[in-house]
Design a protein around this ligand. Sequence first.
Ligand code: APR
Ligand code: ZN
Length: 247
Amino acid sequence: MSIERAADLLASATRAVAMTGAGVSAESGIPTFRGEGGVWTKYDPVKVSSIDSFMADPASYWQVSRERGRVALAARPNPGHVALAQMEERGRLVAVVTQNTDGLHQDAGSRRVIELHGSGRNVECMVCGRREPRSEVQARLDVEMPPRCQSCGSTFLKPTVVLFGEAMPATALHEAFELAGQADVILVVGSSLVVYPAADVPLAALRAGARMVVVNAEATPFDRFASVVIHGRSGEVLPHIASLIAA
Ligand code: APR
Ligand code: ZN
């Protein structure tokens, strides 16, 4: 059975790395971007979530981000996040490389989390650099749209996430590819694997000889490279795998 096979690979791994996408947070109530019900099926991602459209009109960005931010700030880790933290705790996982910006891996107890697309937990003024917790900015959105910087008054307050057209955080990228290059197992969870360079991380692990395990609700372009493919919900599959890996 694939779950046993995945557990065997992870139980004998010494440098396993997980890479996660929006699917691992779906069961925490945060909509995914693609796949059924994904938000990008409702509007064009590049249009609303690119640095150009943000600079042109921060208000239209915040109109969309407001709802997603509200949901993400209220979200709690689900059993999938907890299972990954347990695997790290038991020495079965070196790190989680994530495309998510919701901070739920950290909330679940994962200690080494590499955020390739930044974090939605903070907001930064692009004019004076002042940072504020997203929760404080979120609280002002009912009366201040777009939100204004509390220091310089600019309306160019942006969550510390990577928008389309922005450079990826170099340190996170470097660390992710270094870990992938040394991995013996790469566990890919909840990602459609269509956005680069994030999708290159599991490919770098494969090139370094790692075995790939894919856990996803739907087929992915990397299924054909994987030693194990499990199509299911991460909130059910990951705890099952973790339960089979001896503590
Ligand atoms: N369990 C496992 N997989 C799931 C679940 C679930 N409960 N629910 C959905 N999925 C799968 C979907 O089938 C889909 O293949 O998770 C995947 C989510 O894919 P995307 O929504 O494309 O998310 P992701 O791969 O993280 O997107 C990458 O694109 O828009 C940008 O910056 C954004 O980080 C994001 C990047
Ligand atoms: Zn400012």
